[in-house]
Ligand binder design. Structure first.
Ligand SMILES: [Zn+2]
Length: 157
């Protein structure tokens, strides 16, 4: 967490801080983490903070939850350069990085309604392949259709 980010977001006692989130994508990230509808997890969010690394960035803090590496890896399609700090008793005890793998497995359904994965008689794992990281290109492993980040967010399992 940069000084800048720290100053703007209230310190939390325990939880996870996510810095260097591309400006304006915090809500998508909350969606990816299944926290958008959460009524019980306190979340602080600062959007459009000036940043050295990115032009503008968002900073988010999720209280009383230490996000797992698996949860963090979900963020990689939206915030590949995010830096993540696990906070206990107001101190950073661990830094984690997000990593975009080659496949998103059982994270989201294919957006194509005729995809074989929508057939209940074919209980296949949901596999979205990362064909390219920059620019990001995601395709269903079965039908090959391109999946946008919004598709992923809207079809989360
Ligand atoms: Zn498909």
């Amino acid at each position: 967490m940069s000084e800048e980010g720290m100053r703007r977001v209230t310190a939390i006692q325990n939880g996870t801080a996510i810095d260097h989130v591309p400006s304006g994508s915090s809500l998508k990230i909350l969606g990816m983490l299944g926290l958008l509808d959460s009524r019980s997890t306190p979340i602080s969010l600062v959007m459009n903070v000036p940043s050295k690394k990115l032009e503008r960035k968002d900073v988010m803090k999720v209280e009383d939850r230490e996000l797992t590496q698996e949860e963090l890896d979900r963020l990689a399609i939206i915030a590949p350069n995010a830096s993540v700090s696990i906070i206990r008793d107001y101190r950073v005890v661990e830094k984690r990085t997000v990593e975009l793998g080659t496949e998103l497995r059982n994270i989201a359904r294919c957006s194509f309604s005729n995809c074989i994965t929508t057939n209940p008689r074919e209980p296949l794992p949901h596999r979205i392949l990362v064909h390219s990281k920059d620019p990001l290109e995601l395709r269903c492993a079965y039908c090959g259709r391109i999946q946008s980040v919004d598709d992923i967010v809207n079809n989360l399992i």
